[in-house]
Design a protein around this ligand. Structure first.
Ligand code: MG
Length: 258
């Protein structure tokens, strides 16, 4: 059983290594974003990402992850009511009016980065572009609260407050996390919380902060493929994630780019 003592503090040189991993991901997201259009399959996007990870001398954090069954892609591609962990497929083609969340992680020289963006495909209804925008702002609010001296409840509360302003559902079973030599380190970083509660945040901690907001209710379920998380009510969901380091100067983004 891992306790709070398993939370690792990274030295500046280690954060520098994580910055390099994050830069690989930011470059890939820039390329993928330009590929988002009707007719493109999520397997097409996965192939591009896999090639770029290899070319960067990195290794996918996702490929082969877990055992339910092992995840078969280097990206998660989650469309519309799919929240996270969608499996890339040549049969899943983006259509005009969809929104798609792309999540990607890699290991470079032993250090992980993890990030996600949600993009519109072609023209989307205004309620969907607002959902995307609010989820990004939820992530940004959570990051802004990830300063030394604050507590994890401050981060969760900042995220949750943005969702509540819009009446969006918040996904609770899936949360942000510590990150470093492992993709998922302690602590868990919930997207909800009470101010002033939870673990004290210290300089040198690194977190993946990743809200998932739903246009409908909070509830989600895992589909029969063992991976894809979907909203219970079929409503559309968005997901943003960045890996950050807590520094003396405040939270530093290690996976920049949109
Ligand atoms: Mg993550």
């Amino acid at each position: 059983m891992r306790g709070a003592s398993a939370v690792t503090i990274k030295r500046p040189a280690e954060i520098e290594s994580m910055r390099a991993a994050g830069a690989v991901l930011a470059d890939i997201l820039d390329v993928l974003r330009a590929e988002i259009r009707p007719g493109v399959s999520t397997a097409d996007l996965d192939r591009i990402a896999a090639r770029m990870i290899t070319e960067a001398g990195a290794v996918s954090s996702f490929l082969g992850y877990g055992a339910n069954p092992p995840f078969p892609g280097v990206i998660c591609a989650s469309i519309n009511d799919e929240v996270v962990h969608g499996i890339p497929s040549s049969r899943r083609r983006l259509a005009d009016g969809d929104i798609v969340s792309i999540d990607i992680g890699c290991i470079l020289d032993g250090w992980h980065g993890d990030c996600a963006r949600t993009w519109p495909v072609g023209r989307v209804p205004r309620d969907l572009s607002e959902l995307i925008d609010a989820t990004r702002r939820g992530m940004e609010a959570g990051i802004a609260a990830a300063v030394a001296g604050n507590r994890l409840g401050d981060v969760g509360h900042a995220i949750e407050s943005v969702a509540h302003q819009h009446g969006y559902g918040i996904v609770r079973p899936f949360v942000g996390h510590g990150i470093g030599r492992a993709m998922h380190e302690d602590p868990q970083v919930p997207n909800y919380g009470r101010p002033g509660t939870g673990m004290l945040i210290e300089e040198g901690m690194c977190f993946a902060i990743e809200p998932m907001f739903n246009l409908g209710g909070d509830e989600v379920y895992v589909a029969d493929d063992g991976w894809t998380v979907r909203t219970a009510d079929g409503a559309t969901s968005a997901h943003f994630e960045n890996t950050i380091a807590v520094t003396a100067g405040g939270p530093e983004l290690l996976t920049a780019g949109r």
